[in-house]
Design a protein around this ligand. Sequence first.
Ligand SMILES: Nc1nc2c(ncn2[C@@H]2O[C@H](COP(=O)(O)OP(=O)(O)OP(=O)(O)O)[C@@H](O)[C@H]2O)c(=O)[nH]1
Ligand SMILES: [Zn+2]
Length: 191
Amino acid sequence: MPDFDHERAEAAVRELLAAMGEDPSREGLLDTPARVARAYAEMTLGMRQTARDVLTTTFDIGHEEMVLVRDIELWSMCEHHLVPFTGVAHVGYIPAETGKITGLSKLARLVDVYARRPQVQERLTTQVADSLMEILEARGVIVVIEAEHLCMTMRGVRKAGARTITSAVRGAMLTNQATRAEAMALISGTR
Ligand SMILES: Nc1nc2c(ncn2[C@@H]2O[C@H](COP(=O)(O)OP(=O)(O)OP(=O)(O)O)[C@@H](O)[C@H]2O)c(=O)[nH]1
Ligand SMILES: [Zn+2]
């Protein structure tokens, strides 16, 4: 995994400022390239992490029923316009028969690993689901993401409040209708 190239990012920000007709050497902008580079390094931290880095803590407590964390705040960056999209992720899984589970916070960390990179919402949703299936050997997974894309609100079509909902359903969550219905009820707060 390559490190974030601060020098290159700073040069690019200076160019972008010049392109918009700004003077990158005026006092107020002197530190801006370095600040923006640091901000982008942070916002794309997920590019230098893997799902296995965060799904480290697993317990075998023999719990075989569904575990679902709702309303995980997320900030990501649309890969088409490099502006944020933000919302919540709901992540649920049915553990392996061995009862292998992970820490609850790790589900939120997993969302961050894939959110903190240039993304499209659909890919973010499937990456979270697929990594849970693979690493936890889960019997089923459901990931629902609801987000507002700033590229649709602050520019372009300008439709504030429009929310995009994506889902990825795997394994027993897909094949067992009752299980999926239970997950959806938990996600929508009707249970
Ligand atoms: N499917 C999908 N589309 C996205 C996502 N984020 C942004 N987009 C869309 O990507 C598309 C890019 O369309 P283009 O026509 O190439 O770019 P554009 O001229 O800036 O488009 P407008 O946003 O309609 O002004 C837009 O329709 C965006 O709404 C995402 O996460 N998933
Ligand atoms: Zn966009």
